[in-house]
Each structure stands twice: as structure tokens, then as C-alpha cells.
Design a protein around this ligand. Structure first.
Ligand SMILES: [Zn+2]
Length: 266
């Protein structure tokens, strides 16, 4: 297990991270200093964890990734569908400086060396990259954000504001609560069925409850927006099944820290 002497451990998102021009990572629980239930690499400042510990975790991540703290941008996430346009003036926001923007669950930028960060404990991280126009977007899409179509909205914004072409865009779907573990009652199931009637094959009845394939829904909303299915890379890892490795809201019965999705053009 991640002792305080260990380095922060993260995984890279296949299909996006090339180690040179694009960093696309997702952090694990290991290599930070936070105490249970935030052990150890909690990167959420919106929980009851000790703020100094979270900042120390960011410092360690910064050393390990080579991304300066001043280049990281955080937003206040509210399970909504607002997407913030980020430029150099926002660098360090939410971490080493105050928030300059309202709540948002998505970030988009055309600037290099800005690390977009979203915070996750089961909710789906969606990474978007257009290598032709050099634009990136990162989205926090839990079940509420998925119902609000936030990933597809980010693609729309890439097209409208930056003239990106959908077939140039590469997408990554990071670790999240997958269909194996995302069990809901019929209230949530009904919302999905109403919003996405064509995707009913992604919702499965199981013992009076339902399982929903959030990654599958998001993938289809992206292809509906024009992305080539071959350019959508789902890492196919479940945060609940791997709750020893990743922070998981359900896996920790609601008491847990959260990991970070990080996306940056170098
Ligand atoms: Zn699972």
C-alpha cells in the first residue's frame, strides 16, 4: 500500500498520452500523505480532508509529472454541464490562486502547458484531443453529467469555437464505475430511458434494480456528435472493482477521497 515515502502512482490513458506532446493521466490512491478514508493521494479540495495534505499530494504529483502547480487549473465541480474556456490567465486557479470562474464540470483550452484537472471517485473522466487544431477538453461526467450530455457538449464547443472537425478528435474514457457495479433504482433508470431511448440495450435489469453502462452511453453520444468510433479509447477499468487502487465513492460507502484526471498539451 502507498506509504508516505512512495511516489504518486498514476496510469496513462491509452490512445491519448504519448509521453511527449500530450499528457493524459489518471491518478491512483497511492503515493500521497492523506489519512483514511482519504488515503493516500486524495486530490479533492472539496472534501473534509486536511487542506495541507491535499496540497502536499499535488506537490508530489507535480514533482512526478513535471507539471508545475502554477500550470494546473481546477474548477468547482457540481455535476452540471457548464464547460469553462481556459487560457493562461487561469493558470493555478483553484490550487495556488482563487477561482476566477463559476462552477463547471468541463474545461477546454487551446493553450499548451495548461494542465486541465477534473476530480473523480467513480464519475467518468472523458478526455478529448484534437491534434489538428491543438485543442483539448476534459470532462467530469457522472450519471447526472451524462444525462446532461456534457461530453458531447464539449465536442460541440470544440467545433463551434475552435473549428475542430469531429473526425479529427480523439477521445479517452478513463476509469469509472462500470456497468458491473453501477446499480441504480428505477428513478435513475427512468431518466436514462427517457433521455436515451435508443440506448436501452445499455441499461440492464438485475434483481429489481438496473445497471447502466455510462461509458457506453458516452461513447454513443460522442459518435452521434461525429467522432469516429475507432478514435474513442475506453480504458475499461472499473473504480469499484479496483477500489484498492482507485478512489471509489461506492467502494468506500461514500467516505473516500478522489483522484484526478489530468490533460495537458506540452
Ligand atoms: Zn465493477
Amino acid at each position: 500500500m502507498g506509504g508516505t515515502d512512495k511516489k504518486p502512482m498514476y496510469i496513462t490513458i491509452p490512445g491519448l498520452d504519448d509521453g511527449v506532446t500530450l499528457k493524459a493521466i489518471f491518478t491512483t490512491r497511492f503515493g500521497g500523505v492523506s489519512s483514511p478514508p482519504y488515503d493516500t493521494l486524495n486530490l479533492s479540495l472539496q472534501r473534509d480532508d486536511n487542506r495541507e495534505n491535499v496540497i502536499e499530494n499535488y506537490k508530489r504529483l507535480s514533482c512526478e509529472t513535471g507539471i508545475p502547480l502554477e500550470h494546473i487549473v481546477l474548477t468547482r465541480q457540481v455535476h452540471g454541464d457548464e464547460i469553462s474556456i481556459i487560457d493562461k490567465s487561469h493558470c493555478g486557479m483553484g490550487l495556488v490562486s482563487e477561482y476566477k470562474l463559476g462552477n463547471s464540470d468541463g474545461l477546454i483550452t487551446a493553450d499548451k502547458n495548461i494542465a486541465l484537472v477534473t476530480i473523480h471517485a467513480d464519475c467518468v473522466p472523458v478526455y478529448l484531443y484534437d491534434p489538428a487544431k491543438s485543442v483539448i477538453a476534459l470532462v467530469h461526467s457522472g450519471w447526472r453529467g451524462t444525462l446532461l450530455n456534457i461530453a458531447a457538449k464539449a465536442v460541440k464547443l470544440m467545433k463551434d469555437r475552435y473549428k475542430c472537425k469531429a473526425f479529427d478528435i480523439v477521445a479517452g474514457i478513463g476509469p469509472h464505475i462500470r456497468k458491473c457495479c453501477f446499480e441504480v433504482h428505477n428513478d435513475v433508470y427512468d431518466l436514462f430511458l427517457k433521455k436515451f431511448p435508443d440506448y436501452d440495450f445499455l441499461f440492464e435489469a438485475s434483481g429489481g434494480k438496473y445497471r447502466i453502462d455510462l461509458g457506453g452511453v458516452i461513447t454513443r453520444t460522442l459518435t452521434a456528435e461525429g467522432l469516429n468510433g475507432c478514435n474513442i479509447h475506453d480504458i475499461e477499468r472499473c473504480t469499484v472493482c479496483e477500489k484498492e487502487l482507485f478512489f471509489s465513492h461506492r467502494g468506500g460507502q461514500g467516505k473516500t477521497g478522489a483522484g484526478a484526471a489530468v490533460l495537458m498539451m506540452v
